[in-house]
Design a protein around this ligand. Structure first.
Ligand code: SF4
Length: 255
């Protein structure tokens, strides 16, 4: 076991206990600040800047975060749960995540991450082998459509998907389904065709567009780009889920 740097600091904007949606069992979600994407529908806009700002985010040590996580370790043992790293993009703080994973290994806590994989290969190689359940987004193909919705092209993400696939123990692909962006049979087919190259993937999750984050934009003094778009419901995605299943993947609607 490597020496753990308990004093290393990371920027955290929320620690959410008792989650049952982001990996197996009962989990604590560690939301890390900083994201290189600017998705028009982002429901955590306060997570995007990498430093504490506008009352969001706090520099915390590995020791402080793992003390918080440890409060529920009885629940993890009984339910097969553990920690999920989310964001923002957790791989932007790969050193911090790595140290927390070492503490998790020492205690036998399960680890999961939600990632865009828009990160350096070094960050991916450092973190992904320490994670039990990787959940990676693929939002759209081709690249110009991806850039229109998220602010970045998708070539780095697709290349990194192959690397993540080679290192992950288990890989789930998640697709946020957004009207006027990727809410179409064609988009889901494009994504499934690409995912067929990732041999660790057995399951794809379709996440219906929601408007939970809209009020935060006002608080932050920012304009919400998808103001006139209505949320989607699980039943709206059933035909797309059928397409996913026809490609041979299990499909779940929701996170
Ligand atoms: S990847 Fe996630 S956190 Fe980053 S901008 Fe998109 S929705 Fe927001």
């Amino acid at each position: 076991m490597p020496n753990i740097d308990y004093n290393l600091k990371g920027c955290v904007f929320n620690i959410q206990r008792f989650s049952i949606n982001d990996g197996p069992g009962i989990r604590t979600i560690v939301f890390l600040k900083g994201c290189p994407l600017r998705c028009k529908w982002c429901f955590n806009p306060e997570s995007q800047s990498p430093e504490p700002a506008q009352g969001y985010g706090e520099m915390m040590t590995v020791e402080q975060v793992t003390e918080e996580i440890a409060k529920d370790q009885g629940h993890y043992r009984r339910s097969g749960g553990g920690i999920t790293f989310s964001g923002g993009e957790a791989l932007m703080q790969a050193d911090f995540v790595e140290q927390i994973c070492y503490v998790a290994q020492a205690h036998g806590w399960n680890t999961a991450i939600e990632t865009t994989a828009y990160a350096s290969p070094e960050a991916i190689k450092k973190v992904i082998p320490l994670i039990d359940h990787v959940m990676m987004d693929i939002k759209a193909l081709p690249s110009d459509l991806h850039a229109e919705g998220t602010g970045v092209p998708n070539d780095k993400i697709l290349e990194n998907a192959l690397l993540v696939n080679s290192l992950a123990k288990e890989l789930i692909i998640r697709v946020p389904v957004i009207p006027e962006f990727n809410f179409s049979e064609q988009q889901i087919q494009y994504i499934c065709r690409f995912v067929k190259y990732l041999d660790k993937v057995k399951e794809i999750h379709l996440l219906p567009y929601n408007t939970f984050g809209v009020s935060k934009y006002e608080e932050l003094g920012r304009e919400y780009a998808l103001k006139n778009i209505q949320p989607l419901h699980a039943e709206d995605l059933e035909p797309l889920a059928e397409t996913v299943r026809n490609f041979g993947f299990r499909c779940k609607i929701g996170g």
